[in-house]
Design a protein around this ligand. Structure first.
Ligand code: GLN
Length: 547
């Protein structure tokens, strides 16, 4: 059975727990171990699928169709291990399972309580798939002391107690604030945070301390003494220019060694870090730059497009260029002169989104890219809007639009070239949905196969004609308009295996114009950039050379 590392946070949130967990996963892999990462989120939503991207950042979708926290994206990008439905859980999900069991009578008349019913449910979640890997890394969202987090902390305490000694360790991430007036790094908040942990029965084995300054030996000793951890288990986490340096930085600080020591694994297998050294070299030694505009709706919070930004960075690494992303608010863009706002960009990306707001801006961006022959990548809604633009301006359908917007406004304003999908085939069964179904999880979600036209640009980019990509949407491009659009040069070059759902459109007579109904960004890794992003950035690099 796997050894468990529980990762908790203290002092403040947003310290990079997810990144530390992901980097540790990568380092354990570099030493030859297999890993799986898991996230336990204390919030009460059943999953983040219904949360606004402004609140919670991007929703990361797994192959098996779960809508999960964006930290799972970090896990995948650093380890290459595809996350599953069973790798993410929230209080909402736990309570909903417990209540469902209670209604079914599974508890045989017992009084249902946080301990043991809720904690048992959490422990069951922790155990899934434990036989498959050497290490299971479980991150608890939020910070110690949060009311919602208590059942999770209690559950991991019990879990470690139930297991043979030495099979679970605890890693705690905190902040050492720098007080400029006295010129000191302060350890007191960390001491308090550890005290809080110990009061609920958890003693950290490893302390990871975020700090903007070098942590002097004296402070390390103080932390070790007052927090009851070994000196070599006080690990500094300094700010990095690129997150992809994290595995090397944590290795330098001795994190993986400290973890293996805490488990008593000796001698520790030597790490092979060539993958991360290559990533480092590509990130820090680019040979040029490209400017890419993302015309989107959630531009105030960059985390809303986390995986897209990362996938572009990976594409840049593959082409040895630095990708400078600039955010263009789709709504403001509607009222701006397109040429003024988009002049000078080497490529334009229109990402996914929900609702009508900002869509006329996205359509305008697609038109600009098409007519000015600037590389264009439309993702999900970005593909749908490229189709709407072509329908309006090339196929003589001036009122082309998406049924999504009419549905929202409750009228009939558009010719629906994008329609609400009510039934589709997944594997060998049919899935059906109604317009007024619950919002949670009612989309076409997760991995679906697509067949690419032989000889198309996308087939060439992928190097194959069968692909599998992740989806998260309710609406589909209507095949009714296929012939008219293809005649004008917008080819449907990727289709679902039954030929009913358009997956990819591309313009042949254009340097690079591709729209995809799925989310390729979710599968890109720094050491294995997604082919579409790799080629999109290559096309941007071409443009940058011409200007
Ligand atoms: N709103 C669109 C749909 O549901 C696009 C979704 C997306 O971009 N992820 O089909």
């Amino acid at each position: 059975m796997a050894r468990y590392v529980f990762i908790t946070g203290g002092v403040v949130s947003s310290l990079g727990k997810g990144l530390a967990s992901a980097a540790l996963g990568a380092l354990l892999q570099a030493r030859g171990f297999s890993v799986r990462l898991r996230k336990l989120d204390p919030y009460l939503n059943v999953d983040p699928g219904t949360m606004s991207p402004f609140e919670h950042g991007e929703v990361f979708v797994t192959d098996d169709g779960a809508e999960t926290d964006l930290d799972l994206g970090h896990y995948e990008r650093f380890t290459g291990v595809a996350a599953r439905n069973t790798d993410s859980v929230s209080s909402g999900r736990i309570y909903s399972n417990v209540l469902e069991k209670e209604r079914r009578g599974d508890y045989l008349g017992k009084t249902i309580q946080v301990i043991p019913h809720v904690t048992n449910e959490i422990k069951d979640f922790l155990k899934v798939g434990a036989d498959e890997v050497d290490f299971m890394l479980c991150e608890i969202g939020g910070t110690v002391g949060d009311i919602e987090g208590l059942p999770f902390f209690e559950a991991i305490r019990q879990f470690a107690q139930d297991r043979p000694r030495g099979e679970c360790i605890f890693m705690h991430l905190t902040l050492l604030p720098w007080i400029a007036a006295s010129g000191e790094l302060k350890t007191k908040p960390t001491q308090h945070s550890v005290k809080e942990l110990r009061s609920i029965g958890l003693a950290p084995d490893i302390l990871v301390c975020r700090s903007e300054r070098m942590i002097p030996q004296k402070e390390r000793e103080k932390l070790a003494l007052f927090c009851n951890v070994r000196l070599d288990s006080v690990i500094a986490a300094y700010d990095l220019k690129s997150i992809y340096e994290a595995p090397l930085a944590y290795h330098r600080e001795g994190l993986d060694q400290a973890v293996l020591d805490a488990f008593g694994i000796s001698p520790a297998p030597k790490p092979n870090l060539t993958r991360w050294e290559d990533v480092y070299d590509r990130i820090y030694n680019p040979e040029g730059q490209v400017r890419i505009a993302i015309v989107g709706k959630y531009t105030q919070l960059e985390d809303a497009y986390k995986s897209i930004a990362e996938a572009l960075t990976h594409g840049g690494m593959a082409n040895r260029v630095k990708v400078n992303i600039e955010w263009v608010d789709a709504e403001t863009f509607e009222r701006t002169d397109a040429a003024t706002a988009l002049e000078g960009f080497h490529a334009i990306l229109v990402p996914g989104g929900f609702g009508e707001r900002g869509t006329e801006g996205k359509i305008k961006a697609a038109e600009y890219a098409r007519t000015r022959k600037i590389p264009y990548l439309g993702i999900c809604l970005g593909m749908q809007m490229a189709v709407v633009e072509a329908a309006r301006n090339l196929a003589d359908l001036p009122h082309a639009g998406s049924e999504e917007f009419d549905h929202e406004a409750g009228g009939k304003r558009f010719t629906p070239v994008v329609y609400h999908l009510k039934e589709w085939v997944q594997g060998n069964h049919t899935v059906a949905r109604r317009v007024d179904d619950n919002k949670g999880g009612t989309m076409r979600l997760g991995a679906y196969t697509a067949h690419l036209t032989e000889g198309s640009r996308v087939a060439e980019i992928y190097g194959t004609t069968t692909i599998e990509e992740r989806h998260r949407h309710r609406y589909e491009v209507d095949l009714t308009y296929r012939a008219a659009l293809e005649e004008k040069g917008l080819k449907f070059s990727g289709m679902s295996p039954d030929g009913r759902l358009p997956e990819i459109v591309e313009i042949e007579d254009h340097p690079w114009f591709i729209g995809v109904q799925f989310h390729p960004e979710l599968k890109s890794k720094p050491f294995d950039p997604h082919p579409l992003f790799k080629d999109f950035v290559r096309a941007a690099k071409e443009v940058s050379r011409l200007v």
